[in-house]
Design a protein around this ligand. Structure first.
Ligand code: NAI
Length: 386
């Protein structure tokens, strides 16, 4: 089949197996060049197939020589449809890892469910014994509970309308967008999906099954960002879920203190991923941020962030944290000169100057790369097996 991108708003309906493989290969090659560092040896990554989770898995494998089990929720190909990118990424990653002599197995299913937790525990017990790190990198639109109740995650404000500039992803124009406030129920649901409850359930289940090592570390990812996006992110529904996630990190560390288990939040940089491109107003901020950080020379993608996490922030002897015990990989993004420049541009930006003042090319390259498109060394006119 010849596969072309079919973009609908913030999602691409197709993905390219060869391109996804290339995406994984480039990330592996980056980490190989960075070299080795001490770190965990047996790692469970929940949400391991795309974005930050995939980059974490690649980084910990190739930088620390770790064995990994990955959990994801992806769709295989059918006769007429390509698989989701996370499916191709995982197949490619497992192939590369096997060739390079690493243990890497994956479970495809709903991480919120008891069944998948049980499967993961069985696999750890039978093949790894115990894990010494758990990375929780889930970004999910909904969560189905054991009794069938479904909670949906929403990206809204919690106090009134928020109107600001936004990038119309259909035609790259700068428009004004308004995000309305969430209901109490929507707030609660978002916290259920993106808060820390399921993270704690995972850690509790792993401890009870005795498959988590003493002194293990668990990480979950969060975002803060600039005041500009506070109404839609930090102070919005997702921000409330992230505060819950943070409180859960404190709770996990306290509850499992006798085993020395420590939970940390890593605050990461704003990057184009399947989860983040769905947030209104934020993509325009991303495109400006990319421009400013590339000009300063400190722009990073998911893999550069995760390389820095293991090489610089998670040193086994000294973990580099802020006063609230959080790892800050958003340190470059939040530098004062970067944020001042971003705001200057934000105030001037419009449809006429957007391609000059923002890195639209970088934004769209990252977007297409996520689905395996726009790699210059892939021949997209060739028939591929999906
Ligand atoms: P992503 O959309 O690339 O990855 C989500 C992962 O979760 C995928 O592996 C997917 O298969 C998996 N997943 C989703 N629902 C699942 C389910 N029910 N069961 C099992 N697996 C499931 O998202 P991204 O951006 O990498 O997000 C990961 C974490 O990083 C999130 O907590 C996000 O809030 C956080 N983060 C993201 C930033 C960004 O700008 N992209 C910035 C800072 C933090």
């Amino acid at each position: 089949m010849i596969i072309e991108p079919k973009v609908k708003g913030f999602i691409c309906m197709t993905s390219h197996p060869e391109g996804c493989k290339e995406n994984v290969a480039r990330q592996i090659s980056y980490i190989k060049k960075l070299g080795k560092t001490a770190g965990p040896q047996k790692v469970l990554v929940i949400g391991a197939s795309t974005g930050y989770g995939l980059a974490s898995r690649i980084a910990v494998t190739y930088a620390c020589d770790a064995s990994t089990i990955g959990i994801m929720y992806e769709k295989p190909a059918t006769d007429r449809r390509t698989a989701t990118p996370g499916w191709y990424n995982t197949t490619a990653f497992e192939d590369f890892a096997a060739k390079d002599g690493y243990y890497a197995k994956s479970i495809n299913g709903d991480a919120f469910s008891k069944e998948i937790k049980d499967q993961a525990i069985e696999l750890i017990k039978n093949e790894l014994g115990k894990v010494d790190m758990v990375i929780y990198s889930l970004a999910a639109p909904r969560r189905t509970m054991q009794d069938g109740t479904i909670y949906n995650s929403t990206l809204k404000t919690v106090e009134g309308d928020f109107t600001n500039k936004s990038l119309n992803l259909n035609n790259n124009t700068v428009i004004e967008a308004t995000i309305g406030p969430a209901t109490e129920e929507e707030i609660l649901s978002t916290v259920k999906v993106m808060g820390g409850e399921d993270w704690k359930d995972w850690i509790t289940a792993l401890v009870e099954a005795d498959v988590l090592s003493d002194n293990a570390i668990t990480l979950a990812y969060s975002y803060i960002g600039p005041k500009l996006t506070y109404p839609v992110y930090y102070n919005g529904t997702i921000g409330l879920a992230k505060k819950h996630l943070y409180n859960t990190s404190v709770e996990i560390t306290k509850n499992f203190a006798s085993k020395g288990i420590k939970a940390y939040i890593s605050v990461n940089k704003a990057l184009v991923t399947q989860a983040s491109s769905a947030i209104p107003i934020v993509p325009l901020y991303f495109a400006i941020l990319y421009k400013v950080m590339k000009e300063k020379g400190n722009h990073e993608g998911c893999i550069e962030q995760m390389g820095r996490l293991f090489h610089e922030k998670l040193n086994p002897i000294h973990i580099d944290k802020d006063e609230e015990n959080r790892i800050r990989l958003d340190d470059y993004e939040m530098q004062e000169d970067i944020q001042t420049k971003v705001m200057e541009i934000w105030n001037q930006i419009n449809t006429e100057n957007v391609s000059e003042l923002a890195d639209l090319t970088g934004y769209w390259d990252d977007f297409f790369h996520m689905f395996g498109f726009r790699f210059d060394n892939i021949d997209y006119s060739k028939d591929v097996e999906i």
